[in-house]
Design a protein around this ligand. Structure first.
Ligand code: L34
Length: 295
């Protein structure tokens, strides 16, 4: 039997409708308009398209959005100065610096410069620390989106064997941490696999929920999963160009064969990607409320 396709596009749409109402209410009742700035350094086409989507989504929701695009040669100090400017700009509640940054810029230094109150990506060590401790904070957008997908699809995580492939700071590490926490969408038994894992298939075959964020197209094949698994595919790999001249995308999971075995699976595109963008909006609204002392 073919798997249920978990549509991130549909779930994201529902959440965006909820957010549109919330943004309107914030304005009507409190005169507050959430503000987001996205900063992109360089001309990576994938980053350009993600940042454009973030700004467009923000505008559609009624969020004030500013987009700064800087040349790849931008000096680290100039980027730091820009962040400091937005840290003290009252119209801006959330600051996002799109990753990856050019190699001459120290990513940690940039992320640490963002005011934790405006860190809508949840990458600042203060927010990472709070997340690990289970305190209220900004959750990083992709892991946050995965939790929402699981919750809104009714996937039971308590006691589940969750296997994660990939140990990045933006997906693997945080989602591992979130899923083992003692709370809704948590309470799982978590295994984290990475490039040094000895027998990857041994682990992935044990998964009740398999989350793949490795950045390797089609690496998870049908022989690597068990029947009835729920698969969350975080990979967005550009594997060529379509006849229409657009980027051809593939996930980290060999979708066509794995969907015949899985109970449920996210597609690429239309799975985790739209959720990442939507959770940025959710965090921006949360930031605006916190900064205006609205519960
Ligand atoms: N600071 N940098 C920062 N925050 C983030 O949360 C990100 N990420 C990752 C890369 N760098 C970042 C994103 O925004 C990945 N990412 C992201 C966002 C959106 C999509 C994919 C990755 C997305 O919308 N994907 C579409 C396909 C879009 C296309 O055609 O390229 C999808 O349906 O999967």
């Amino acid at each position: 039997m073919s798997a249920q396709i978990i549509s991130g596009t549909e779930i994201a749409k529902t959440i965006r409708e909820e957010l549109t109402r919330e943004v309107a209410e914030l304005k009507d009742l409190h005169g507050v308009v959430p503000g987001l700035v996205t900063i992109l350094v360089g001309e990576d086409p994938a980053s350009q398209s993600y940042v454009a989507a973030k700004n467009k989504t923000a505008k559609n929701l009624g969020i004030h959005s500013e987009q700064v695009t800087l040349p790849a040669e931008t000096a680290e100090q100039d980027l730091l100065d820009l962040i400091h400017k937005y840290n003290s700009d009252p119209k801006i509640n959330g600051i996002l610096v799109q990753l990856p940054l050019p190699r001459h810029i120290d990513e940690a230094k940039i992320l640490f410069a963002i005011d934790p109150e405006k860190d809508v990506d949840g990458f600042h060590p203060v927010n990472v620390g709070k997340m690990v401790l289970g305190e209220q904070c900004f959750l990083p957008c992709t892991p946050h989106g995965i939790l929402e997908l699981l919750q809104r699809t009714g996937v039971e995580t308590s006691g589940a064997e969750v296997v994660i492939v990939g140990r990045s700071n933006i997906v693997g590490k945080p989602i591992a941490n979130l899923m083992l926490q003692k709370r809704d969408s948590g309470n799982a038994t978590v295994t984290l696999c990475h490039t040094r894992t000895k027998d990857m298939a041994f682990h992935t075959r044990r998964a009740d929920i398999l989350i793949v964020a490795a950045g390797v197209a089609n690496m998870i094949t049908a022989d690597m999963v068990k029947a009835g698994v729920v698969v969350i595919d975080v990979g967005v790999n550009r594997i060529g160009v379509t006849d229409a001249g657009k980027a051809k995308l593939a996930g980290d999971v060999a979708f066509d064969e794995v969907k015949e075995i899985a109970a449920a699976i996210t597609p690429v595109p239309g799975g985790v990607g739209p959720m990442t963008i939507t959770m940025l909006m959710k965090n921006t609204v949360q930031a605006a409320k916190q900064q205006a002392n609205i519960a």
